[in-house]
Write a protein that binds this ligand. Structure first.
Ligand code: NAI
Ligand code: MG
Length: 357
């Protein structure tokens, strides 16, 4: 199958992990006889340096024509003092918006070899395997007005949603649940917020279309607590933008390994942007020690969601699992014994399993 993939390395370790991901994809295309064409473009701080903007038009145009996009990470101390329109993260927010990517998917799965690195007790996190789906285009981050009064003594932010924005993300959650353990937890604050009352209505309505999926409503404060006391009880969790922002970061510590977590921002026609949850790690950039596994697992998400290549995705995920089982790990993973290796070597190990499975 011929696919067009845009690569956005971004800043810091972004280019290092993108390079690894590309090599793993090359091994996949060889094994399965696909043709992927890659187009590399600038975003974030490196785009500011080269083009004077975090999101050049050229990058947007390339992404608009792509079947999928892989992004490393953006940001770094070099641009921290920049005015807000010249901030690297503007590039990321801008591209998500330009492409209409409305759902952020974060799967969180504990790898048995890494569970001891979790701040939570082994028996609490063992077996957790959940998917957090966060709405990305509405809510407090985009509502207007969002401003300070003239005297500076009062402020307003607006939590606004259209019913249609709720319907498409909630529908996505039910569909995702069907591919998993068929349970949806909808998170809201329906005891206080009008927006949450409508959200709950939409969930109740959608439920009828998916009789095979069970649904539970949870208030966001209770959800925050349950995530760290009983994470194994979740399958798919769906929620609005800000609740999702907070809960997905909370959930990312369950496994104790930032370097292992992939994510996707998608829309309904299958186009998506795939990136690791971690940032550009300026403290270790250029040292050859970045853990590329989150980026590599993000490519597996791309294969599954955007290209419907289930078997190919599984081959990558199994390869990552096997590399950990073999005892290979990068410095960020708190593993005793085994083999401590750098970016190049761990990538090579993944490729060997992809080729030989
Ligand atoms: P970070 O995720 O870049 O790093 C946090 C810590 O984890 C650092 O000690 C880093 O060395 C380590 N780490 C992260 N990913 C790693 C990997 N793959 N392998 C080995 N170690 C890894 O978060 P931080 O330090 O808060 O932010 C650094 C920059 O990244 C900032 O400019 C921030 O704005 C940006 N950022 C960008 C994101 C994105 O592009 N989606 C997301 C989060 C932060
Ligand atoms: Mg966040």
């Amino acid at each position: 199958m011929d696919k067009q993939i845009v690569l956005l390395p971004g800043d810091g370790i972004g280019s290092e992990v993108i390079h690894s991901a590309r090599q793993v994809l090359d091994a996949v295309t060889e094994r399965f006889n696909h043709t992927f064409t890659y187009h590399t473009h600038d975003i974030g701080g490196s785009a500011i340096d080269k083009h004077g903007t975090p999101l050049p038009q050229d990058t947007v145009s390339a992404c608009e024509q792509a079947d999928a996009i892989l992004l490393g990470a953006v940001g770094g101390p070099k641009w921290d003092q920049n005015p807000s329109h010249l901030r690297p993260e503007k590039g990321l927010l801008g591209i998500r918006k330009a492409l209409g990517l409305f759902a952020n998917l974060r799967p969180i799965k504990g790898f048995p070899q890494l569970l001891h690195a979790s701040p939570l007790k082994h028996e609490v996190v063992e077996g957790s395997d959940l998917l957090i789906i966060r709405e990305l285009t509405g809510g407090l981050y985009f509502g207007t007005p969002s401003e300070r009064s003239h005297d500076g003594k009062s402020v307003v932010d607006t939590l606004a949603y259209d019913r249609s924005e709720m319907e498409r993300i909630i529908d996505n959650a039910f569909k995702s649940a069907r591919l998993r353990r068929k349970h949806v937890t909808s998170v809201d604050k329906a005891n206080v917020l009008e927006s949450s009352k409508l959200w709950r209505e939409v969930v109740e309505e959608k439920k009828a279309e998916y009789p095979d999926v069970t649904v539970e409503h949870l208030l966001v404060d209770a959800a925050a607590m349950k995530l760290i006391t009983a994470p194994t009880q979740f399958d798919v969790m769906v929620t609005e933008n800000m609740f999702g922002d907070i809960l997905s970061d909370e959930a990312s510590v369950l496994t104790g390994s930032l370097g292992m977590l992939p994510s996707a921002s998608i829309r309904d026609d299958g186009v998506g942007l795939y990136e690791p949850v971690h940032g550009s790690a300026p403290d270790i950039a250029g040292q050859g020690i970045a853990n590329p596994l989150a980026m590599i697992l993000s490519t597996a998400m791309m294969l599954r969601h955007s290209f419907h290549m289930k078997e190919e995705a599984q081959v990558i995920e199994d390869a990552v699992q096997q590399v950990l089982e073999d005892g290979y790990h990068t410095k960020d993973l708190d593993v005793k014994g085994g083999q401590l290796v750098g970016t190049v070597e761990i990538t090579k190990q993944v490729i060997e399993h992809v080729t030989s499975q």
